[in-house]
Write a protein that binds this ligand. Structure first.
Ligand code: NZQ
Ligand code: ZN
Length: 396
């Protein structure tokens, strides 16, 4: 949209509790005697930490200190499923839960958000996800983050997959903000190299999604975005080379939260086409979100950059140091795309759909799912179904 910075109201109610040794804050945040639904994933929270006990043990100890009763929703899948959300809602009703506590990465938090809003409603969770105007409240939600990636710990967004209908839906509601989020980088030390790389790709993609639009007069937002990207370009390779570096884990953790907590989108609309296409891929192929973005994003950039070459050239120059001297914007932009792709690949993130065994025969269905609701999507260059197919074909 051309014009001016969009008027905006900024309000983020999540209390961010950041740094090492902060888990004990649970005892201030969880009301005495609360009935807590503890939500976690496939078991990473039960691995012993440096001191011998696990994060799971630590959380239970703090909850016990405040006399909380605990019901567990475990086994939340990466790309969390509606069936698991419904299981969580049933547990909330059965046990009179009054606080939902997510301990995990984006999938666990997103599942917990959907449980929290559906448990406060008479309607089925999927109805609320399809029509957020039906969301009228939520159980309070707390988070202990274990994976730096999505920013879900400080935003009102959740992404849930209805596996029966191959529909992976992002939804948001002001009721879905976590009330508090505890971010101790120590808990991310065990994230393996591939997931660490995917997390960096995802947070960089969030910055890029807001960066690519036509809103004029965003010099401050641009510098924030470029600064965040440059920070990740600097620390990302060092972190994947030494996953035990807590200082780097800490920096990346803060980047992930800041990339998608609403600050960078102030006054601008963003593009978000790549997220739409990636969600369509992982709705049927169940691949890691950051892995899908690492493949799609550079191909999308090459497909659309002629629509706004100056913007893509700005990224190339200000983030990757590409020289613009006596060169066309589009050429500078293309070199920037090559640098971004090479950077993500150097971290260990993939470049082609074949990495996940996805071939040409799968693409028409993914293109259909990208435009499930029939409309075009994206702002730099509005894409229809055939455009999505072209981007996917380039990504094979
Ligand atoms: O399930 P566990 O055992 O916990 O293992 C997880 C999972 O296998 C593992 N992991 C997490 N913390 C760990 C760890 N392994 C070792 N040590 C730790 N400390 O990592 C794997 C991936 O976890 P997941 O939560 O799925 O990753 P991520 O945080 O990237 O979340 C991805 C989901 O979030 C959605 C994605 O679409 C996807 O469904 N998104 C959510 C957004 C939001 N709410 O704002 C925005 C994003 O754009 C994204 O779409
Ligand atoms: Zn994302």
């Amino acid at each position: 949209m051309v014009g001016r910075v969009h008027p905006f109201t900024f309000h983020n109610p999540t209390r961010l509790i950041f740094g090492r040794g902060q888990l004990s804050a649970l005892e201030q945040e969880v009301p005495r005697g609360a009935s807590v639904l503890l939500v976690y994933g496939g078991g990473s929270v039960k691995r012993p930490l440096a001191g011998g006990t696990s994060l799971y043990d630590g959380v239970l100890a703090h909850l016990s200190n405040v006399g909380a009763t605990v019901t567990e929703l475990s086994g939340v899948e990466p790309n969390p499923r509606l069936t698991t959300v419904r299981r969580g809602v049933d547990l909330c009703r059965e046990h009179g839960v009054d606080l939902v506590l997510a301990v995990g990465g984006g999938s666990v938090i997103d599942c917990a958000k959907a449980v929290a809003v559906a448990a406060a409603s008479d309607r089925d969770a999927w109805d609320l996800i399809l029509d957020r105007s039906l969301v009228t409240g939520a159980l309070p939600l707390g988070v202990v983050l274990t994976h730096a990636a999505t920013g879900s710990e400080m935003n009102p967004i959740s992404v849930i997959t209805n596996w029966e209908t191959s529909d992976k839906r992002g939804w948001s509601s002001p009721f879905a903000y976590p009330r508090f989020s505890i971010l101790d980088p120590t808990f991310t030390l065990s994230v393996p190299r591939d997931q660490t790389a995917y997390g960096i790709v995802d947070m960089m993609s969030h910055v890029l999604e807001d960066y690519f639009d036509f809103t004029p007069n965003t010099p401050l937002q641009d510098r924030w975005s470029e600064g965040l990207l440059r920070t990740l370009v600097e620390v990302g390779p060092r972190l994947v080379a030494d996953l035990s570096d807590l200082d780097l884990r800490e920096t990346v953790m803060l980047c992930g939260t800041w990339a998608f907590n609403g600050v960078l989108s102030m006054g601008r609309e963003g593009d978000w086409a790549c997220h739409r296409i990636e969600h369509a891929i992982s709705a049927v192929h169940d691949i890691p979100h950051g892995g899908g973005l690492s493949i799609i994003y550079p191909h999308w950039m090459e497909y659309v950059l002629e629509a706004h070459p100056a913007r893509f050239a700005q990224l190339a120059t200000n983030v990757f140091g590409v020289s613009a001297l006596h060169r066309r914007d589009a050429d500078v932009a293309r070199e920037g795309v090559a640098r971004l792709r090479a950077f993500w690949n150097s971290l260990g993130a993939p470049a082609r759909l074949s990495h996940y065994g996805i071939g040409a025969e799968a693409l028409p269905r993914i293109a259909d799912l990208s435009t499930l609701r029939g409309e075009t999507f994206g702002t730099v260059r509005p894409l229809g179904r055939d455009d999505a197919l072209r981007v996917l074909e380039r990504s094979l």
